[in-house]
Design a protein around this ligand. Structure first.
Ligand SMILES: [Cu+2]
Length: 325
């Protein structure tokens, strides 16, 4: 076999790009990453609460091919807001529209976890010294995020402008989760008594549970439905799975209270250790995520989950994980 000069020069250029400073990273992000074009709107609910809703989400591959995944999301504003799922190596442009009845107040998105420049901080000029990084009526604002290597995890995003630029209005409902899946596509989990790397493609359902004062606010990402489906579950929901399905929980704190998330009958590994646990401390904006096998070792049933702070339990901070045959 002979190698053409053109092919040889392409190989040489590629080899050089790996050696050049920053070349490996540039090659990685050019090869692996999707560019996400996301438009969200902040709206008012009839209850007086505020909530984000999905307007559109398109994914652009490195070869220019585009995919519209807007249909995956729930329609209308929800608490929590849309769960955004991207992968390590991806970039995103997130545009926020102002759709709140009170037109006098700007609204923003401040995100955790990803890399961004100071003009994508989602705060007002009095805090960031650069600009009012918020949407006003008829004047959307665009944020640029990079899910750089090392940013995989479950992160919150929330308002940092409405009503009070020091606080924002996250406690009125303006929050949602950003899940950054690892580039490897695998997450360690305790399955059948052993710690193994679970392929995210084998996870059937993901439950996002926010612990806000004395209430859980939930959402399901269902991966059984073709193309995936986000299902709003609102407050203190029953979540469900079939026996033996691998499911992933994301538990995030919001507000002022400290919580202890507990799920009956199931265990998972404490991040960074090999220890099995069934309870985890959750403070404001702290979070955890874990994969488990529904009903493993215990069978089907209405497996209760709740905050284990007695005062919060007395206020009804609980729900069920229904495992069926
Ligand atoms: Cu609690």
């Amino acid at each position: 076999m002979t190698i053409s000069p053109a092919r040889l020069s392409r190989w040489l250029a590629f080899a050089l790009s790996l050696i050049a400073p920053g070349g490996l990273l540039a090659a990685n992000s050019a090869l692996a990453g999707y560019h996400h074009l996301i438009t969200l709107k902040a709206s008012s609910l009839p209850s007086g609460q505020l909530a984000y809703e999905m307007v559109s989400h398109r994914m652009k591959a490195a070869d220019g091919q585009e995919r519209d995944i807007t249909a995956r999301y729930a329609k209308g504003p929800t608490i929590p807001g849309p769960t955004l799922v991207i992968t390590e190596g991806d970039t995103a442009e997130v545009t926020l529209q102002h759709g709140i009845a009170d037109s006098t107040q700007p609204v923003s998105i401040h995100v955790h976890g990803v890399h961004y420049k100071i003009d994508s901080d989602g705060t007002m000029k009095m805090l960031n010294g650069v600009a009012d990084e918020a949407a006003f009526p008829e004047k959307p604002y665009t944020y640029k995020w990079t899910a750089a290597p090392g940013t995989a995890g479950t992160w919150p995003y929330h308002d940092h402008a409405f009503g009070n630029p020091m606080l924002g209005a996250e406690d009125k409902g303006l929050y949602g989760a950003l899940i950054i899946n690892p580039a490897s596509g695998k997450i360690p989990a305790l399955i059948d008594g052993k710690i193994v790397d679970v392929d995210l493609k084998d996870v059937k359902r993901e439950f996002i549970l926010w612990m806000h004062e004395t209430t859980f606010w939930g959402q399901e990402l269902n991966h059984i439905v073709e193309g995936g489906k986000e299902i709003p579950l609102w407050s203190n929901p029953t979540v469900g799975a079939r026996m033996g399905e691998k499911v992933r929980f994301h538990v995030i704190g919001m507000g002022t209270a400290f919580h202890t998330f507990h799920l009956h009958g199931h265990r998972w590994i404490e991040p960074g250790t090999t220890a099995g646990i069934d309870t985890v401390n959750i403070g404001p904006i702290s979070r955890t995520s874990f994969i488990l096998k529904a009903g493993e070792g215990v069978g089907p049933g209405e497996w209760h989950y709740h905050c284990h702070v007695i005062q919060h339990m007395q206020s009804g901070m609980m729900g069920d994980f229904r495992v069926v045959e």
